[in-house]
Design a protein around this ligand. Structure first.
Ligand SMILES: [Mg+2]
Length: 256
């Protein structure tokens, strides 16, 4: 039987700009974890510049809680965002040690804060996410090309489902962080579908796909409208194409 065609989308940075919500939730989760009201004033309500600058390095949601905490610390390397991101993983590792935290506990705190925010005022929570202009409409047209679509995200499935529903989007498949690593999920999807493209705004995730022999044939696209680092769009390896928003509007068969 011929496999159905599918395009797989990352969520945050490809379909929605969730930075404002991420800051709100990460800030709140961090304050709960440090458990001292005196810190509240130190973390601004509006996403600080440093947080925006470092966002392109973030892979998992819990890292943003850690970034918020680092902003509280006077002698944290985060005071120099460029230096911090140059050694991003190492700095996160050190920060976890300093705070004596575990990624799982940060993710639970983040998810709890979100659950509460949704419970308190769902409309407000939904409205703190901004879909990228034209992207939702474009995705809705995929069915005219007889192409299904999936969402593969490091957010939790539950919250992503609520947002997709809010935007009137219903993907054939949805995998949150509970589904496992992105390469593992892509392999799973590829057993039943022919993947026509994987669209991500995190270059290193695409590079991992290229480095994974069982899935390195998947056409990888770097979304130029997402959270890219300065040089991300340059000197892309064979197998990763830069997808400009204007090209994304064309039928999938005409993508670069
Ligand atoms: Mg992303």
């Amino acid at each position: 039987m011929k496999k159905k065609l599918i395009v797989v989308f990352d969520f945050d940075g490809v379909i929605v700009d969730g930075l404002v919500e991420y800051w709100n939730s990460a800030r709140e989760a961090c304050l709960q974890l440090v458990g001292d009201e005196k810190y509240e004033e130190q973390l601004p309500l509006k996403a600080p510049d440093t947080f925006r600058k470092i966002r392109p390095w973030v892979k998992d949601g819990w890292e943003m809680v850690l970034l918020a905490a680092e902003l509280l610390r006077d002698d944290s390397p985060i005071k120099h965002p460029k230096k911090f991101s140059d050694e991003y993983q190492n700095n996160c590792h050190k920060a976890l040690k300093f705070w004596n935290w575990h990624p799982k506990q940060l993710q639970i705190a983040l998810d709890d804060v979100r659950k509460k925010a949704i419970h308190k005022n769902k409309a407000k929570w939904l409205a703190s996410h901004y879909p990228f202009s034209g992207v939702v409409e474009r995705i809705k047209k995929l069915n005219t090309e007889h192409i299904e679509w999936a969402v593969l995200t490091t957010k939790s499935t539950e919250f992503t489902a609520q947002l997709l529903n809010h935007f009137n989007l219903s993907p054939t498949l949805l995998y949150g962080y509970e589904g496992g690593s992105k390469p593992d999920v892509l392999l799973k999807i590829s057993k039943n579908y022919l993947i026509k493209g994987f669209i991500e705004d995190r270059r290193s995730t695409l590079e991992t796909v290229l480095d994974t022999p069982s899935i390195n044939w998947i056409p990888c696209y770097l979304a130029n409208w997402g959270y890219l680092k300065n040089n991300d769009a340059q000197a892309l390896p064979t197998g990763i194409q830069l997808l400009k928003q204007e090209d994304f509007m064309y039928p999938v068969a005409d993508w670069p």
